[in-house]
Design a protein around this ligand. Sequence first.
Ligand SMILES: Nc1nc2c(c(=O)[nH]1)N[C@H]1C(S)=C(S)[C@@H](COP(=O)(O)OP(=O)(O)OC[C@H]3O[C@@H](n4cnc5c(=O)[nH]c(N)nc54)[C@H](O)[C@@H]3O)O[C@H]1N2
Ligand SMILES: Nc1nc2c(c(=O)[nH]1)N[C@H]1C(S)=C(S)[C@@H](COP(=O)(O)OP(=O)(O)OC[C@H]3O[C@@H](n4cnc5c(=O)[nH]c(N)nc54)[C@H](O)[C@@H]3O)O[C@H]1N2
Ligand SMILES: [Mo]
Length: 784
Amino acid sequence: MLPRPEQPTVATHWGTYHARLEGDRIAELRPIEIDPDPSPLSDGMIEALTAPARILRPSVRASFLAAREAGRVATDGAGRGHEPFVELPWDEALDLAAAEIARIRSEHGNQAIYGGSYGWASAGRFHHAQSQIHRFLNAAGGYTRSVQNYSFAAAAMIVPHILGDDRGLVSGHSTWPRIAAHTQTLLMLGGVPWKNAQVSSGGIARHILTENLAALRARGARLISASPIRDDAEGADWLPIRPGTDTALMLGMAHVLLAEDLADRDFLASHTHGFDRLEAYITGAADSIAKTPDWAAPITGVPADRIRELARLLAATRSFIMVAWSLQRADHGEQPYWMAAALASMLGQIGLPGGGFGYGYASANGIGNPTPDLSFPAMPQLVNPVTDYIPVARIADALLHPGEPYQFNGMDRIYPDLKMIYWAGGNPFHHHQDLNRLRRAWQRPEAVIVHESWWNPLARHADIVFPVTTVLERDDIAFSSRDRFVTASHRVADPAGEARDDYAVFSGLAQRLGVEDEFTRSRSTEDWLRHLYGRGRQRAAANGLDLPDFDSFWRGGPVVLDAPALEDQIDLLADFRADPQAHALSTPSGRIELYSETVAGFGYDDCPGHPVWIAPREWLGAAGKYPLHLMSNQPATRLHSQYDLVGQSRAAKLHGREVLRMHPSDAEARGIADATVVRVFNDRGACLAAVRLSSDLLPGVVQLPTGAWFDPEEGDAPQPLERHGNPNVLTADRGTSKLGQGPSAHSCLVEVAPYTQPLPPVRAFEPPEFISRPMLMPMKEPRK
Ligand SMILES: Nc1nc2c(c(=O)[nH]1)N[C@H]1C(S)=C(S)[C@@H](COP(=O)(O)OP(=O)(O)OC[C@H]3O[C@@H](n4cnc5c(=O)[nH]c(N)nc54)[C@H](O)[C@@H]3O)O[C@H]1N2
Ligand SMILES: Nc1nc2c(c(=O)[nH]1)N[C@H]1C(S)=C(S)[C@@H](COP(=O)(O)OP(=O)(O)OC[C@H]3O[C@@H](n4cnc5c(=O)[nH]c(N)nc54)[C@H](O)[C@@H]3O)O[C@H]1N2
Ligand SMILES: [Mo]
């Protein structure tokens, strides 16, 4: 084991902290000094180490164990999430899991194992759960993987059709300091919520949003936030807009640019492709509907005059359009992304300092952060012999419809027949939509294996659960390409119960499956850390960056690298602007595609060849039985479902339930008082939540953030009442379009009513029931 230094450091997705120990016990996590705007999300991490919901020993679902011990392979999948567990010694649990993997492989082939295992896990390059599980499953013969993510799946598919690659979405953004120095008008679709910029996958040394907004304000820049929620951008002018209607807003602005001859015709001619097609749509020449501000006003709820003023302002000043990732996590989420690129093209400022557009600026800390040129290795994943995959958010479709066809970005594809699910480092019972449907789909596979640290809803819905260490209980190295630091993350607590590292669990299975050497390369954790650091240090040296040797690195604090000078930082597509031939884009035309023959060629009615307004399937313009638009946005008090059981997250609850924000006028119309518990419902499900009245919301919009641990009432009801306030029992499980197939959580209508019955207790943070082995029931016939 590596030595623990005098002043240990811990790296998380929400920041880097000094750990203070009292004797051998971790007592406090204190943000590192160089972080100007640290996040309090570390509160509770210490308490969570020993919380009652901590998983202490390997555990197996009772009827699953009974069946396997009786030599039967049938599985009562309906028992998942309902049955008690039996705790087993490590060796027996590993034997059982290895035998199950071997059986599935030989009976159905490796493609029957779903190892997509999406999720954020913890910061750290080595104990990176995704790298670990994929390396293990690859060593064991492969698995069906997932592509894309829940964050920006629709964008990841459409942006390359527009720009040729994912510049402006994943990397290559105009940097924040260049925007802060040059932008005069900043239009933020979806705001720039501080709550979201608290986190960044992989870790953070410095939180940069606040300082950049302050610099913009100090220069007198105009900040305008178009959003259904005022506090998405503190201190900006609020342009309240109905959710899911930004494409109509931008079309209305585009019409003004054309009607008042404000569009940059030269830029459109030299740098874009197919504007004539889009123009005919905007003017109405193509479909007899002119997309005027008067057309857009009733759709968006934004007065026509404000749309006109906004278009003129963006044309008259150095202007920048920021688009939050939230806009595309919605029905037809491809469209606002395409239309923003089109509007910015019409404004003609793309590639100029402080001009143009970009996606996701506050959707994570570090988007637009000027960073040195360095990427740091994670554990290599080996090669997957199985080529099949699913779009990540189509998991329930795949489980419910094996062998059935679906469309994806121009491809005819078939859903695989998945017999085993193996998950480590994510929580589908947090992240997926329509959880009642997911629960039905989740009954299908023959086996579900999960690595978790807490008895969260994922662990409860597993057959075999392996308890794993948390970031505080293991040594690691953290680095993020969105920041400029490398740090050790030191082990500051002993593992709770019998918890092991993911690496140790996979090593144990690899040994049983005869692939130990492929998986471990005979390296201990320390060997791997030295190896990965050594390779990272070599890469750094090749880019002229000097990192200390491993032992000094391990003893010292975070290594902070220099930022490039302001004049060396990027403006998105500046090179292309300067010379569109020499720096042609990778699109078919080499230009920004405002009409795409490729996309048009797919023949999709839900994503035609240029950006269009298509009314979402659920929105305020077509609200009937369910008249309120539910914003299940990211929570301010936690990262997704992580650490919901402690700290700030727990403290912010009311009556032990998640808080739903509602406009006073909507509450009054329903006889709902502040701080009371309500039932939120639609045809997909129902949950309880505690109401807070707030005039920071557009009337008609209610806000219930994600992340309250799914807590369905006991029993077999297809739509049990969820007691804790998890909005994903309400959201729709629909692809954004046949092109993107991304999750569309933000298109969701609900109704809210006072809850007058006795309040059921919230049981989300209790461990499940355990029984001992001799009490194992003889298995019933599998339920149909
Ligand atoms: N309604 C609605 N739903 C949404 C969204 C929305 O806007 N609205 N947003 C979506 C988005 S953008 C995302 S990214 C997803 C997020 O969904 P997830 O990333 O799946 O959510 P997390 O709660 O971060 O899940 C991480 C899990 O990994 C566990 N974990 C942490 N570290 C480790 C480790 O080292 N090893 C192992 N084995 N486990 C570990 C944690 O305990 C936790 O249970 O949610 C999506 N869902
Ligand atoms: N504290 C915290 N921060 C997080 C996360 C977390 O769980 N907790 N998760 C992280 C992850 S994985 C991701 S992907 C990012 C997600 O980043 P985003 O996708 O940007 O986050 P959201 O909170 O879903 O949405 C941001 C705001 O957009 C507004 N909005 C929603 N729909 C619309 C619309 O149709 N039009 C307009 N104009 N505005 C709209 C909502 O009011 C919302 O508050 O956040 C990251 N940051
Ligand atoms: Mo995300």
